[in-house]
Design a protein around this ligand. Structure first.
Ligand SMILES: N[C@@H](CCC(=O)N[C@@H](CS)C(=O)NCC(=O)O)C(=O)O
Length: 243
């Protein structure tokens, strides 16, 4: 069963600048599934228009969560099989918090924060590969589009400080939940660990600082957890310091 993973280009010394792509590729490695990677240039040609997506046995599946569910079911629950139903509930709730809430604070911090337009410009050029001469046309379009999305989601209706406070509260919840444990459930990582490492890594490795990065860097347990998960899945990327 050949798996092709379609995702964005690597960046910031991380497996991926998209936490969804990073979570999924770490899953593929942890589950010891063979896969090849295709790096996207431009829009994802999936049903949802988003990345990551995979092609497996001629079938295209989009959405990291749906992909992991599919691979878990078809390969003997290699990563989350040990979880009880209660732990599955916890794992899902935490992932939803990160992916449907904290994510939008990160989007704001990366693409929309008016105090970091110049940093953001350099980042957009790097991750999207938009050629310099097209940049002044495309970048404002991307930013305007994301501005509308985040307004619709609701976070975008708050001021800058409040938006970051929402994200900082999420990170605090993760830090307190993990405590001094190695991983969320036992001595091997499960999908919630991969998700958490993907989000924390993407926050602290962002090349410029903001209140979310400053607050996150103070959670030594989350930074150490991110480094542990990275070492278990992408040992070749553990050289760079997290913060
Ligand atoms: N729920 C999806 C979210 C994927 C997602 O939001 N991907 C972003 C990158 S982090 C994307 O492709 N955005 C492109 C767009 O919105 O056009 C998943 O888990 O895969």
């Amino acid at each position: 069963m050949a798996i092709t993973l379609y995702q964005y280009r690597r960046s910031m010394g991380l497996p991926n600048p998209s936490p969804f792509c990073m979570k999924l590729e770490m899953y593929l490695r942890l589950a010891k599934l063979d896969y090849t990677v295709e790096f996207l240039s431009g829009r994802a040609k999936s049903k949802t228009g988003k990345a990551p997506f995979i092609v497996v046995d001629g079938k295209t599946i989009a959405d990291s969560g749906l992909i992991i569910d599919h691979l878990e079911r078809s390969h003997g629950h290699r990563v989350d099989g040990k979880l009880t139903l209660a732990q599955r509930g916890e794992s899902l709730a935490l992932q939803r918090m990160m992916e449907e809430h904290l994510y939008w604070v990160m989007v704001y911090g990366r693409w929309l924060d008016p105090e970091h337009e110049a940093d953001c410009a350099a980042y957009i050029k790097d991750v999207t590969g938009i050629p310099g001469f097209l940049y002044p046309i495309i970048a404002p379009l991307i930013r305007r589009g994301l501005g509308k999305v985040i307004h619709g989601q609701g976070l975008g209706r708050h001021d800058r400080e409040t938006i970051y406070q929402f994200g900082i509260a999420d990170v605090a919840a993760l830090g307190h939940w993990l405590g001094q444990r190695q991983f969320g459930f036992g001595d091997t990582p499960t999908t919630v660990d991969l998700c958490m490492a993907a989000f924390i890594g993407n926050i602290v490795r962002q090349p410029w600082s903001n209140p979310l990065r400053v607050a996150t860097a103070k959670y030594g347990n989350l930074i150490a957890h991110f480094e542990r998960v990275l070492a278990a899945t992408f040992p070749e990327m553990t050289e760079q310091k997290a913060v």
